[in-house]
Every structure is written in structure tokens, then in C-alpha cells.
Design a protein around this ligand. Structure first.
Ligand SMILES: Nc1ncnc2c1ncn2[C@@H]1O[C@H](COP(=O)(O)OP(=O)(O)OP(=O)(O)O)[C@@H](O)[C@H]1O
Length: 264
């Protein structure tokens, strides 16, 4: 199958340091791929290279075989939608206005919303269950509602590739599951940075584990999530058992390890 996303030998430097150091990643059409790894391992920096914030020093990001960094910005935005970690500044935009911003890549400067734009924005709000809140100020929403608004903006962008940076950050477990179910249900190729290893294990088709800007492991959750890997990268002892309903690894965190124990 031809890949939706193909990242080859990607390198990004900042402050004289290689933060992303030769990363290869692929995502197939419809695949839900997670990026995990300890704090500071380069996950967000890598993702920003994909959604055109960090320009790579070396390597390339191909979407459907085309170099994403060589496209005009508006064309790239019609192909790849991002849900970044940062929330938009707390201006008093309504949910409807934020979601409508997803249509910008299709419009000329100052062009008014067309019926199509309004329909797509309304559909996106409906999809994430926010139609009732369309006229509420973004700044007054709960954390889960804000996250769903940003996902609706990405849906309104009408792309077939989505990147999300820690979309379940700050959410309670109900909303974490809601957001993950929502992304899964969309069924479009997605690349998602995640911290919660159990959520990543249950939802992702494949995982890439980053460590010091490099891919330390990659594959299906059942192949990647092992006590040895978690001890080596996170310095935590775990018990990993297959979840009865899915066979996917379920992790119980037992204790922190000292550096020496975890690298044995
Ligand atoms: N613009 C920058 N200038 C200097 N250093 C940077 C820059 N951006 C990122 N870094 C550094 O690169 C490293 C990786 O950061 P990054 O945010 O990509 O990691 P992460 O894996 O997403 O971390 P976390 O899990 O804590 O969110 C960190 O040490 C960070 O301080």
C-alpha cells in the first residue's frame, strides 16, 4: 500500500543540538499511529517538523509522495490538519468562529464564508457534539470542550491526514476516552503524540518510541510495549499483561528504578 505519510531521515536542530536526529516514520491511509517517549525525547519537535512549524535541517516529509515542505502553505494546509498542544490565545472567538478558521486554507484573504464553508463547519461541530455551544466563547469552555473545538477545526479543514500533539492533555479519563474514540471514528490517517502508554496501547495501530531524538522502537503495541523497554527508557518497573478483551498490553506501574537497574 502506498503510504499517506512518509518521513525519511528527518533531522531538526535547535540551540546547536540535534533535537530530532534521523527519524523515519510512515503512516498508511486510515492508520492511527502513536508517538511516545519520555519527556524531552523530541516528540513535539518532530511533530512540528511534520506540520510545518520546525523546518527540518535534513530529510523530508512526504505526503502522498509529495514533499510537504515544498508545497505552498495553503496547499499543505489543505492536505494536513494539526491539533497543536497550545490552545489559541484567549481572544473572545466563539466556537463557530474557531471552527470556521479550518476553512482559511481554501479562501482568499478577506473572502467571506461560502454556504459550503458554513455547512462544513456546522458538520464538524455536530461531529464533535458541540453544535449547542456554537455561539459560546472559546475561553469559557471546559478543557474537553476546547480540545473538541480544536478537533472540529481540524475536521472542517477537510484533510485526509491529521496530526495531534497530546490531544488528551489535562482531560479526565472520560474525556480522554471520548477524544480517542472520536479520532478513531474519523478513520483518517493520524499521527498522535501521546504520554499515556495505556491509552496509546489500546488505541494505536502502531507506535514509534522516541528517545533522545531517535526512534528507539517501532511496531504494534504488543511488540513494542514491554517491561524491558519501559525500564530502559522511563526507568520504571512495570507488569505488562495482555488485556483480555483486546490482547493489547496493559501496564501496571510498580516502582521507579535507579539508573543502574533500568539499563542492565
Ligand atoms: N526551539 C527550541 N530551542 C531550543 N531547544 C528546544 C527547542 N525546542 C525544543 N527544544 C528542546 O528539545 C528537547 C525536546 O523537546 P520536545 O518538546 O520536542 O520534547 P517532547 O518529547 O515533546 O517532551 P515532553 O514529553 O516533555 O512534551 C527539549 O530538551 C527541549 O528543551
Amino acid at each position: 500500500m502506498s503510504e499517506k505519510l512518509s518521513v525519511a531521515k528527518l533531522q531538526w536542530q535547535a540551540a546547536g543540538r540535534r533535537i530530532v536526529d534521523g527519524v523515519d516514520v510512515t503512516v498508511s491511509p486510515g492508520e492511527f499511529v502513536g508517538v511516545i517517549g519520555p519527556n524531552g525525547s523530541g516528540k513535539s519537535s518532530f511533530l512540528r517538523c511534520v506540520y510545518r512549524v520546525n523546518r527540518p535541517n535534513f530529510g523530508a516529509v512526504f505526503l502522498d509522495g509529495e514533499d510537504l515542505w515544498k508545497m505552498p502553505a495553503s496547499q499543505a494546509a489543505r492536505r494536513c490538519a494539526a491539533v497543536p498542544q497550545e490552545m489559541p490565545a484567549q481572544f473572545d472567538f466563539t466556537v463557530r468562529e474557531i471552527v470556521a478558521m479550518g476553512r482559511y486554507p481554501y479562501k482568499k484573504a478577506m473572502e467571506r464564508d461560502s454556504d459550503d464553508d458554513r455547512r462544513l463547519a456546522a458538520q464538524a461541530m455536530d461531529y464533535v457534539g458541540l453544535s449547542q455551544k456554537a455561539d459560546q466563547a472559546f475561553s469559557s469552555l471546559s478543557g474537553g470542550e476546547k480540545q473538541r473545538t480544536l478537533i472540529a477545526r481540524a475536521i472542517a479543514q477537510d484533510t485526509d491526514f491529521l496530526v495531534l500533539d497530546e490531544p488528551t492533555n489535562h482531560l479526565d479519563i472520560y474525556y480522554q476516552l471520548e477524544i480517542m474514540d472520536l479520532i478513531r471514528r474519523m478513520g483518517i490517517a493520524s499521527l498522535v503524540v501521546m504520554h499515556d502508554l495505556n491509552l496509546a496501547s489500546q488505541y494505536c495501530d502502531r507506535l514509534y518510541v522516541l528517545c533522545q531524538g531517535r526512534v528507539a522502537a517501532a511496531g504494534r503495541p504488543q511488540d513494542v510495549i514491554t517491561p524491558e523497554l519501559i525500564a530502559r527508557l522511563y526507568h520504571v518497573e512495570t507488569r505488562v499483561t495482555p488485556r483480555p478483551e483486546t490482547g493489547r498490553p496493559q501496564i501496571a506501574f510498580l516502582r521507579r528504578l535507579s539508573g543502574a537497574e533500568s539499563t542492565e
